[in-house]
Structure formats: structure tokens, C-alpha cells
Design a protein around this ligand. Structure first.
Ligand code: HMG
Ligand code: MG
Length: 303
């Protein structure tokens, strides 16, 4: 199959990136980050999550952040909702899209959302229905699709079973998530193929954490399968609070550098994206995790 000529990137930095940050990050910083991402040309931004603030305190300012964004008409803003309570609160913030998240492994489901996979599907069904009735698009994430921090290997069959359940309750788009970044290309291909048994190519995306440095290789394999939508996180921020040791998503800057180098369009201005990455890295007092970001920033300082 020829590689896609255009890729859509969803920056999940403000949510997946910052949710694991121990120090308090001010709402104004999160809002400025979103503004910088949209200025760089991102058309989809995962802004925050309406989860329990006891579980993830960093996302407790969800409504404030959503209210503070100066929205662009051509940008879609998404938020995570784990249950009806979260959806009801989220809808007041007028997201374009909500994300429900289930796990391909039982242990991770328990640790992350405190219920079994089957219970999570039961819990999500009314959330999906209510969101769709409200005209809000529903995306799903399948965590641990390439491996689980508690159970180890996760098979493509487990991924396929979960994809079928998500389809059955009306989830419109499904992301194959490598929560702990352990996946390698052949396994990614199998997980995507299992998902594509239930979803069209246009409704599937990759969400690769880069813990083991495999995310770009996994992205290239996904492109070969025909997948053209990916989540990424500016400056490679983040990790999941319920996956110890897991690091951030693949850096958006690294994805853009690779894709543009392959003449694949993203609509993103890499220079402005690097500014956004540097802004948030400075704000949290940590060097960027983006290799391309670091290299191009250094080059800029020395020229
Ligand atoms: P629970 O404790 O079983 O829920 O948590 P509960 O219904 O018994 O409620 C407990 C308390 O939380 C109650 O308050 C509720 O009102 C409150 P209390 O009576 O004790 O004062 N509560 C809420 N408050 C605000 N918003 C809500 C909400 N729901 C309940 N929506 C629950 C179950 C699902 C809520 C909890 O486990 C939770 O919030 N989990 C979220 C964990 C999370 O955010 N993980 C990270 C995001 S997922 C991720 O990063 C993976 C992804 O990137 C893909 C990948 O890489 O794999 C998407
Ligand atoms: Mg994630």
C-alpha cells in the first residue's frame, strides 16, 4: 500500500502530557500551551480530562482550562470522560469530541478506572449514547494494546475483542494505545490489523508512548498499514499515572520532522511547534524530550 500523503496529528500534550506532572501547573500555562499549539497549526488538541480529581489532581482545573481557550473555528478540542459524571461536567465546556478509555488487559482496567473491562464497557455505553445525542463525536482509546505493566504481553486477539466491544457501544473512532511504549513494529501491525477487523481505516489511530524508543518505528509501520492519524505530545511530555515508569507520548516535533522529511503533509509549522515545546519545557523546568526539538532549538541558538 502506498504511504498516506497527509497525516493528522492530535496533540495530547495538555492532557496525556501534563496529567502525570507532580508539580502544580497553572491553568494559565495550560491555556497558553493550547494557544501555542493551535498557532503552530494543530487542528486537534486533547485539552484535559473530566476524571476524578482525587485520582488525577492535575486535571482538576478542567473547566477553567476549557473556558480560558480562545477557540479557533477550525480546531477540534477533545476531553477524556471516564463516566456519566465526567461527561455531564464536560458537556458544559462544549468539547468537540470526548474520549472514553478502556484497557485491553484486566489488571490495567482495575488500576486505571477501578473496574473490569466488561464493567467499563457497561459504564461507557450510556456515556457514548449521551455524547452522540448531544452531537459530540466519540473517540475511544484502547490502553495496553501492546503490553501491560501488570500482565506483560497482550495479544492481538485481546485487542480485537476490545475493539469489537467498543464498536458495539457506538464508539466512532478507535485509538490503539501503547501505554507503556513496549510495542515493536510487527506487534503494532498485528494490533492494528485486529482493530481494522472492526473499524474502517479512516477511524483508526495510533497512540504510541516512546518509553522504549520504538514510537517512530511503530508510526512508520502504521503508515505502511495505511493508518494516517496519530496522537503525539509536544516536547514528548508525559506518562500515565497508573503505568509506573512509562514515559511520554512520542514527541509531536519528532513526528512532524519525520513526516515532513518523507514529504507527508501535516499542516504544522515545525518552528512554531518547537516554540510551543520550549515554552512548556521552561514552564515545568525540564528539558524537552523531543530529539528533533532539542536539535533544532540548539541549532537556532548557534546560528
Ligand atoms: P471510583 O473511585 O471507582 O469512582 O473511580 P466512584 O464513582 O466510586 O467515585 C469516587 C469519587 O470520585 C466520588 O466522590 C465521585 O463523585 C468522584 P466522593 O463521593 O468520594 O467525594 N468522581 C468524579 N469526580 C469528578 N469527575 C468524575 C468523577 N467520577 C467520580 N468524572 C473513576 C472511578 C473512573 C472516576 C476513577 O478511577 C478515575 O477518575 N480514573 C481516571 C484515571 C485517569 O485519568 N487515568 C489517566 C487517563 S487514561 C490514559 O492516560 C491512557 C490514554 O492516554 C491511552 C493510553 O496511553 O493508554 C488515554
Ligand atoms: Mg496515553
Amino acid at each position: 500500500m502506498p504511504l498516506p500523503s497527509r497525516v493528522k496529528l492530535v496533540d495530547v500534550g495538555p492532557r496525556d502530557g501534563l496529567q502525570n506532572e507532580k508539580q502544580h501547573v497553572a491553568s494559565e500555562v495550560k491555556i497558553e500551551l493550547v494557544h501555542r499549539l493551535q498557532a503552530a497549526g494543530l487542528k486537534e488538541i486533547e485539552v484535559t480530562s473530566f476524571v476524578s480529581p482525587k485520582w488525577v489532581p492535575q486535571m482538576a482545573d478542567n473547566a477553567t482550562v476549557m473556558a480560558g481557550i480562545q477557540r479557533q473555528a477550525d480546531v477540534r478540542y477533545s476531553v477524556l470522560t471516564p463516566n456519566l459524571k465526567g461527561l455531564e461536567a464536560a458537556l458544559l465546556s462544549r468539547p468537540d469530541e470526548i474520549v472514553v478509555f478502556a484497557a485491553a488487559s484486566e489488571s490495567f482496567s482495575q488500576k486505571n478506572i477501578n473496574c473490569s473491562i466488561a464493567e467499563s464497557i457497561e459504564r461507557f455505553e450510556p456515556v457514548v449514547q449521551a455524547a452522540r445525542q448531544a452531537g459530540v463525536y466519540v473517540r475511544g482509546a484502547m490502553s495496553c494494546a501492546l503490553g501491560c505493566p501488570y500482565e506483560g504481553d497482550v495479544s492481538a486477539e485481546q485487542v480485537g475483542r476490545l475493539a469489537a466491544m467498543m464498536k458495539n457501544i457506538g464508539v466512532q473512532h478507535l485509538g490503539v494505545a501503547d501505554t507503556i511504549g513496549v510495542g515493536t513494529p510487527n506487534r503494532v501491525r498485528q494490533a492494528l490489523e485486529a482493530t481494522l477487523q472492526h473499524y474502517d481505516l479512516a477511524d483508526v489511530s495510533g497512540h504510541f508512548h516512546d518509553t522504549y524508543g520504538q514510537a517512530l518505528a511503530n508510526t512508520l509501520t502504521s503508515l505502511e498499514v495505511g493508518v494516517w492519524q496519530f496522537d503525539a505530545s509536544v516536547a514528548g511530555l508525559g506518562g500515565c499515572p497508573y503505568a509506573k515508569g512509562a514515559t511520554g507520548n512520542v514527541a509531536t516535533e519528532d513526528m512532524v520532522y519525520m513526516l515532513h522529511g518523507m514529504d507527508i503533509e501535516t499542516g504544522i509549522d515545525l518552528d512554531l511547534l518547537i516554540d510551543a515545546g520550549q515554552y512548556i519545557s521552561d514552564a515545568i523546568g525540564r528539558p524537552t524530550n523531543s530529539r528533533a526539538g532539542k536539535a533544532l532549538w540548539t541549532k537556532r541558538q548557534t546560528h
